[in-house]
Design a protein around this ligand. Structure first.
Ligand code: ING
Length: 311
C-alpha cells in the first residue's frame, strides 16, 4: 500500500525590513489555506519565514537585533498559524530566528520546526552550517549569520510523522552531503528545507551565474544518494536590494524535480508524494548495510600527506 502524502511547497517573495509579523503571517495563512484547498497534508515554508533576512546588515543595537527573533513559538503573533493548521488539519514546517534562554544565557539560533495536523510542534532543528562571516567584509553584500546565530546543537534528527520519517535542514546545510547522509542513515523519507540564497554577494562573482544550478544540484544529489524526497522552499525575489533565488522545488528520491515554482513571489506548488518511492534505491543501489564501508574509508585527518588546499 503506497504511503502517499500531498505536500505543498510554499515559496515566499521578499519580506521587507519594515513588514510587521502580522503582515507576514497573513501571507503564510493565505498559502496554508491554498495548500488546504489542494488537500495538502503538509505545507513547507522557507528559512526565516517571519522576517527579512537581517544577517545581511551590520546591526549593532541589541534591541534592534532581538526584534528579529521569536522568544516563544507559538507566540502572540504566530499562534494564529497553529490554530489555523489545527482547524484545517494540515501540518507545516516553518523557519524563523529563535531567541532562547538556555544554560543561563541568551542564545540565538536559525531554527525550523515541524508541526503536525493537530497544531503540535513535533520536531525542532537548529541550523548547523552557518555560511559567511562574523565580521563585515570588504564586499558588495554581507552575510553575517556567524555573528547572529550559534551553530545548531541538535544535530540532524528525524521524526516519525505523517506516516513516514521526516527530517529538516536549513539553507546552507543543503550544500553539505553530511546533512543528508546523517538523516539518510536514520531512514528519512522526506527532508523539508528552506533557504534564503542571495546572488551577487561577489564572493566570488564567477560563481553567481551558477547559483541556480548549484541550488538544484545539491538537493537533487542529496535526495538520490539517500533515497529520500527533498522539498526545498525559497524566500525569493529582490529583498531589501538583495537578489534572492527562487526555484522552489519538490524532488523525488530519484533526484528528479517533480514540481517547481516559476515566479519569485509567494507561490505554492503541490505534489502527491509516495513515501515508498525511495525503497527501490534503499534496497539496492543505496543499500547502506550491503555496500557502504565507512571502516574502509580512512580518516583523511589521520592519513599523512592529505592533499590540502593552498594557504
Ligand atoms: N544562504 C546561502 C546559501 O547557502 C550562500 C549562502 C549564498 C552560499 C550563495 C553560497 C552561495 O544558500 C544561507 N542563508 O545559508
Amino acid at each position: 500500500m503506497p504511503r502517499f502524502i500531498i505536500v505543498g511547497a510554499a515559496q515566499l517573495g521578499p519580506i521587507a525590513r519594515s513588514d510587521s509579523r502580522a503582515t507576514v503571517v497573513a501571507r503564510l495563512l493565505e498559502l496554508m489555506r491554498e495548500a488546504h484547498s489542494f488537500r495538502c497534508d503538509l505545507v513547507a515554508f522557507p528559512e526565516m519565514a517571519l522576517t527579512t533576512f537581517f544577517p545581511r546588515w551590520d546591526l549593532q543595537d541589541e534591541d534592534e537585533i532581538d526584534a528579529f527573533y521569536e522568544r516563544e513559538m507559538p507566540g502572540p503573533e504566530t499562534r494564529i498559524l497553529f490554530e489555523e493548521a489545527a482547524k484545517l488539519g494540515i501540518g507545516f514546517s516553518l523557519g524563523y530566528a529563535e531567541l532562547a534562554f538556555e544554560e543561563g544565557r541568551k542564545r540565538r539560533f536559525n531554527t525550523s520546526i515541524l508541526v503536525d495536523k493537530s497544531g503540535a510542534i513535533i520536531g525542532k532543528y537548529r541550523k548547523v552550517h552557518l555560511p559567511g562571516h562574523a565580521d563585515v567584509m570588504d564586499r558588495a553584500g554581507q552575510h553575517l549569520e556567524k555573528r547572529f546565530f550559534e551553530v545548531g546543537n541538535f544535530g540532524f534528527p528525524v521524526w516519525r510523522a505523517f506516516n513516514g520519517i521526516f527530517g529538516m535542514c536549513i539553507c546552507n546545510d543543503r550544500r553539505w552531503p553530511e546533512t543528508y547522509r546523517v538523516m539518510g542513515l536514520q531512514g528519512v523519507d522526506m527532508i523539508l528545507l528552506g533557504y534564503n540564497s542571495p546572488v551577487g554577494l561577489g564572493d566570488p562573482y564567477e560563481l553567481d551565474a551558477l547559483e541556480p544550478f548549484h541550488n538544484h544540484l545539491v538537493m537533487q544529489a542529496g535526495a538520490y544518494q539517500n533515497a529520500t524526497w527533498v522539498v526545498g522552499v525559497a524566500k525569493a525575489g529582490m529583498e531589501e536590494g538583495f537578489n534572492m533565488i527562487g526555484q522552489t522545488a519538490i524532488i523525488a528520491p530519484s533526484g528528479e524535480i517533480v514540481a517547481q515554482c516559476a515566479t519569485l513571489g509567494d507561490e505554492l506548488v503541490v505534489r502527491k508524494c509516495d513515501l515508498d518511492l525511495g525503497l527501490p534505491y534503499r534496497r539496492d543501489i543505496f543499500n547502506f548495510a550491503a555496500h557502504r564501508r565507512p571502516e574502509h574509508y580512512g580518516l583523511i585527518t589521520e592519513r599523512k600527506g592529505a592533499i590540502l588546499p593552498p594557504e
